[in-house]
Design a protein around this ligand. Structure first.
Ligand code: YRO
Length: 311
């Protein structure tokens, strides 16, 4: 029997598996990050998005498990940029993507200027689901504002940088965001963030299930899989080859990892299902993926990556 090779590439580093955690899940504290570092079949890890100042986040309940996924209004709880920078510089034992976020475009520039001046040379991901101007949508849903911010960032930033994107739902929006992103030397896009501002109703209690924002929150898990696959596929079809696509959203099985890869994902992240099942999921997903590849006669991810057939 030929050995199946799940190796993948993270901007020049070889990973033993294409699987990542989705930012936000089990990656906030030093203990959680160390757990990820010790998780087999997790190829690389991502930190909770860091802001300049540490944040407590929103009041509980702020994460709620749903039959087909999850809803969250965490409110960016994190230990602050200095903590995560220190972790990747001093404690890192597995390839790590430093995720950063900002409460304004100005804060994003401040943070990235500091990162540029630091000793850190590894990959960073800017979470574009950050608030911009009051009364305007999140940055990634304002294409001109995204262009302005990236233009300013790349006037001084020379290290590996990608962006985390929210889902888009209109083909013209895929064209517009891809046209902006293609202007810049991005290492990658990570798609999708949670589907914004869903609402779950507990019919028995006749009430919402999370406290902040009147119960509105980001959706993840199985219910977002088709949206995630569409975003991976649509962006892979539009972005420069030099920009890798990291697929995130709705993965619960090896078949889902296979589907993300067929749509063009270079790496695949798991969020909600890690919350439901724990870190042992990565061994299960790797085994299920290998079984599918064996059945189909594929030896490496490159054999089928991006090769989704149309009718
Ligand atoms: O609430 C969060 O911390 C959160 N949840 C998500 O599902 N995705 C995110 O990117 C974040 C952090 C960013 C923000 C939504 C609070 C602006």
């Amino acid at each position: 029997m030929t050995e199946i090779d799940l190796s993948a590439d993270l901007f020049g580093q070889t990973l033993t598996s294409p699987l990542l955690n989705a930012s936000g899940v089990h990656c906030q504290t030093k203990e959680e990050l160390n757990d990820l570092a010790n998780t087999s079949n997790l190829g690389a890890m991502v930190t909770k998005s860091a802001t300049l100042q540490a944040r407590e986040g929103n009041p509980n309940p702020r994460y709620y498990d749903l039959e087909n996924g999850s809803i969250n209004s965490m409110g960016l709880p994190n230990l602050g940029y200095d903590f995560y920078l220190d972790y990747v510089l001093q404690e890192q034992t597995k390839p790590t993507i430093l995720s950063v976020a900002a409460l304004s475009a100005a804060d994003a520039i401040t943070l990235l200027k500091d990162l540029q001046a630091s000793d850190y040379q590894g990959p960073t991901e800017l979470n574009l689901s950050c608030p911009n101007i009051v009364g305007e949508p999140q940055l990634a849903y304002d294409f001109e504002a995204t262009d302005r911010v990236l233009s300013e960032v790349f006037s001084f930033y020379t290290k590996p940088l990608g962006v985390k994107l929210p889902p888009y739902f209109d083909l013209v929006h895929f064209d517009k965001i891809a046209a902006v992103l293609n202007k810049y030397p991005l290492t990658h896009v990570n798609t999708i963030n949670s589907i914004g501002n869903g609402l779950w109703v507990d019919v028995d209690q006749e009430q919402v299930v999370t406290k902040a924002k009147g119960g509105f929150g980001g959706l993840g898990g199985t219910m977002v899989l088709p949206t995630a696959l569409a975003n991976v596929r649509a962006l892979r079809q539009r972005l420069n080859d030099s920009i890798k696509v990291l697929g995130t959203g709705g993965v619960t099985s090896g078949a889902d990892v296979f589907a993300h890869t067929l749509c063009g994902a270079d790496l695949v992240s798991v969020g909600t299902q890690v919350m439901k099942e724990g870190l042992g999921i990565y061994d299960r997903l790797a085994e299920e993926l290998k079984a599918i590849m064996a059945e189909k006669g594929y030896q490496s991810l490159a054999d089928f990556r991006g090769k989704l057939k149309e009718l």
